[in-house]
Design a binder for this molecule. Structure first.
Ligand SMILES: [Zn+2]
Length: 331
């Protein structure tokens, strides 16, 4: 079994910028490795936080903020330990794709991973079993990807067995990040995401979607930067939280939140991000330009809530998610 080897020492004080060397032996490169970037910034004992982006390669706001952070932050600025991974699924980040072009792996569906699997599964295994046990909190920044556009939100995730203390700490942290909308995910029967790995490891999981459409949202970059600054302050790693923080709106995604295209065509949306809708309201029409005498098919919403996510490309196949809702969360 060929394992991932880090070029950094996790117990050493100071700032190190190095790589996780993921074995990848191919015709072009018999003894090759994929160098997944990692920074370790440590100043003595204290709180421990892992920050990641590029879990999905086509989601960029977190990649920008974490890369800038590695350049600007020094060990003397902090207390405790930061692990920063700005391009977690490196092949996908370089390929501008959601999934890895090397093994078709969707990293956020590959947990708990496999040390003998393809590169994506090796990375998942290393994150869950070698990195997460070193930290108290993991924050993984997403951005919708090429196929979706999001109204930005921060999120936290916990499993059905989470203690009240774990839930309270998760909620306290995520509601102080300066993101006006917060999503709570109570994970049931899910195993394969990075947050599920965090749940298994007893680590507080913070996430969120900060943009979309495969672009770099300026507002999203600012929100991720604020969220990172507040995470460092809230955990006692660097700085102080501002006083009198406004309460965000807390939301959940219900079982009837997602809307799917019923057949191939061009989807014309009937709503904008942030619109409030009821079950039965029109989500959009599928048109058939290749058969222009055919009437469009109406696609309704199945539940009540706010439109927080919309599909970006116009052309759809049957089964493409065209929108999803979120509704107020009740504990
Ligand atoms: Zn994502």
């Amino acid at each position: 079994m060929t394992q991932i080897t880090p070029t950094v020492d996790f117990d050493q004080d100071g700032k190190q910028v190095g790589w996780l060397k993921v074995p990848h032996s191919v015709t072009r490169s018999a003894y090759g490795v994929l160098p997944v970037p990692i920074a370790v910034i440590r100043n003595g004992d204290g709180p421990k936080l892992m920050l990641s982006a590029g879990n999905h390669g086509d989601e960029y706001e977190g990649q920008v903020v974490l890369t800038r952070m590695i350049q600007n932050l020094e060990a003397r600025d902090i207390t405790g330990t930061l692990l920063i991974l700005p391009a977690l699924n490196l092949p996908a980040a370089l390929g501008t794709t959601r999934v890895s072009p090397l093994d078709a792996g969707n990293l956020n569906r590959a947990f708990p991973g496999d040390p003998n699997g393809g590169p994506t599964w090796k990375i998942a295994d290393y994150v869950e079993n070698s990195l997460m046990p070193r930290v108290d909190v993991v924050a993984d920044f997403h951005g919708g990807g090429a196929s979706l556009d999001y109204r930005p939100h921060a999120s936290t995730h916990y499993g059905p067995d989470a203690s009240d203390d774990h839930k309270k700490k998760s909620l306290d942290l995520v509601t102080k990040l300066g993101v006006p909308h917060v999503m709570i995910f109570e994970r049931q029967n899910k195993t394969e995401g990075l947050p599920d790995g965090a749940i298994r490891q007893g680590v507080i999981s913070i996430g969120g979607e900060y943009g979309g459409m495969g672009s770099v949202s300026r507002a999203g970059v600012q929100l991720v930067q604020t969220a990172v600054d507040r995470l460092l302050a809230g955990l006692g790693i660097k700085g102080e939280l501002p006083e009198n923080l406004p309460e965000p709106q807390i939301l959940r995604i219900g079982g009837d939140a997602h809307v799917y295209a019923p057949e191939p065509g061009v989807f014309e949306p009937a709503t904008e991000l942030g619109d409030s809708v009821r079950a039965g309201d029109l989500c959009g029409h599928v048109w058939f330009p290749e058969n222009p005498s055919r009437e469009p098919v109406s696609v309704p919403f199945n539940g009540d809530g706010d439109v927080v996510c919309k599909r970006h490309p116009g052309r759809v196949e049957a089964g493409d998610c065209v929108a999803h809702l979120a509704s107020p969360w009740q504990a």
